[in-house]
Ligand binder design. Structure first.
Ligand code: GCO
Ligand code: MG
Length: 405
């Protein structure tokens, strides 16, 4: 058997740019799907797949997943960046999908079988003030969810995770941006969780994402201020570039730390796992090159007592979620799975989306990733034309300094 074709399919059923890779084989009707979504630079990934990976892997035996991964990664000499890793992930996930389809079993079975019946998920309750967040969280609790990420708008500021009203745009700059104030945010977040605990009680698990938006020592203070509210985890408290601060934070606070959606290579995640500096690893699987490296990372984490919490936002496609789920079900050190709920549009484009029930994600038991791609439906949701092909808007401090988004 040989790989006969590799191509990308671009679609945006939720308005978020997704890139899917389909790998065809010489066996009629046998193909695999993978996720190659880097939503801020999707067209660069498409070029990497179509112009470089397609000619590189066409004609190879799709059974040789590890060899193809290693050879493709080294073929660019310079490696480990998000564009090439996402492209590689598209092919890699598709090869695992193919392998499990040929074996006639779900991918989690090929990975060693289920350690649990389903994967607990967390969902997003975001709002412009604490009352709105509490109301959304309450409605999720009523729908059976037990883990909820809560984000609140900082009045008049461009806050991650909320579409809260923005203040006046900064003027006097060549490119006016939205304005952000880390101190104001650090004062508001503990008050949010105080209100949430009194509105929702102790039973529900609450999570929060700092999104690397505050300087390290301010983040440490925030973690200490949040201790009384017993979070399930506090995410991306620092940027990957500030990894060494994690030791300091670790020594001074008992808040569980989740890190890693921005990591793209082992030089970033290895010291953090080895030093037991985090409780949860939150790598975005396609950003490190797909399932082949993610399986190794999961196993590494197991020996260091670090649990998995694979990144699962709206810009991880349902194909990526199916890949996450294959690991969630088969890895003993699973912690939690992030989930962005799918509308009927996504379910139409991706038949076989995992089922969401009782606060968890359930696999459908079909061979491979268990998910398909309806290309006609996908074509009805082309990429949006605004936003510089996906690039994120600038966020700036009050004096105009550009800051992390
Ligand atoms: C999360 C994330 C995302 C990212 C997004 C970037 O869900 O934890 O921080 O929302 O911001 O995936 O494209
Ligand atoms: Mg995050």
């Amino acid at each position: 058997m040989k790989i006969t074709d590799v191509r990308t399919v671009c679609t945006a059923p939720e308005g978020i740019r997704l890139v899917i890779v389909r790998v065809d084989t010489s066996e009629p009707g046998l193909y695999g799907l993978g996720c190659a979504t880097f939503t801020q630079r999707p067209l660069a990934v498409v070029t990497a797949v179509e112009e470089y990976l397609k000619p590189f892997v066409t004609g190879r035996d799709p059974d040789n997943i590890e060899d193809i991964w290693q050879a493709a990664q080294l073929s660019s000499y310079w490696r480990n960046g998000p564009v090439l890793n996402n492209a590689l992930s598209g092919v890699d996930m598709a090869l695992w999908d193919l392998e499990a389809k040929r074996a006639g079993m779900p991918l989690y079975q090929l990975f060693g079988g289920k350690c649990r019946r389903a994967a607990d998920v967390y969902v997003h309750a975001h709002g412009s003030d604490a009352k709105e967040v509490a109301a959304r969280a309450q409605s999720f609790i009523e729908q059976g969810f037990r883990h909820i990420r809560c984000q609140v708008g900082v009045p008049g500021r461009s806050t991650y995770g909320t579409g809260a009203a923005l203040g006046p745009r900064l003027d006097g700059l060549e490119t006016p941006g939205e304005w952000w104030d880390p101190r104001q945010y650090c004062r508001i977040v503990p008050r949010l969780f105080e209100e949430l605990r009194s509105a929702l009680g102790e039973e529900v698990e609450l999570l929060h994402d700092v999104h690397e938006r505050v300087p390290p020592t301010m983040a440490l203070q925030l973690a200490k201020d949040l201790e009384p509210y017993r979070l399930f985890f506090l995410e991306d408290i620092v940027a990957p570039e500030d990894n060494p601060y994690l030791r300091l934070i670790r020594e001074q606070t008992r808040v569980p730390i989740a890190m890693g959606e921005l990591y793209t290579n082992s030089a970033e995640f290895l010291p953090v796992v080895q030093g037991r500096l985090v409780d949860f690893i939150r790598v975005h699987i396609s950003d490190i090159g797909g399932l082949t490296p993610a399986r190794k990372l999961a196993a590494l984490c197991e020996f260091f007592g670090v649990r998995t919490a694979w990144h699962g936002p709206g810009d991880a496609s349902p194909v990526a979620h199916a890949a996450n789920l294959a690991l969630d079900l088969s890895c003993p050190n699973f912690g939690i799975q992030e989930l962005a709920l799918w509308s009927d549009r996504s379910r139409e484009v991706f038949p076989g989306c995992p089922e969401v029930r009782d606060g968890a994600l359930w696999a459908n038991g079909l061979p491979g990733l268990g998910i398909d791609l309806d290309e006609n439906a996908a074509a009805r949701f082309p990429f949006p034309e605004h936003d510089f092909n996906g690039a994120w808007p600038e966020v700036r401090l009050r004096d105009g300094t550009v800051t992390r988004p």
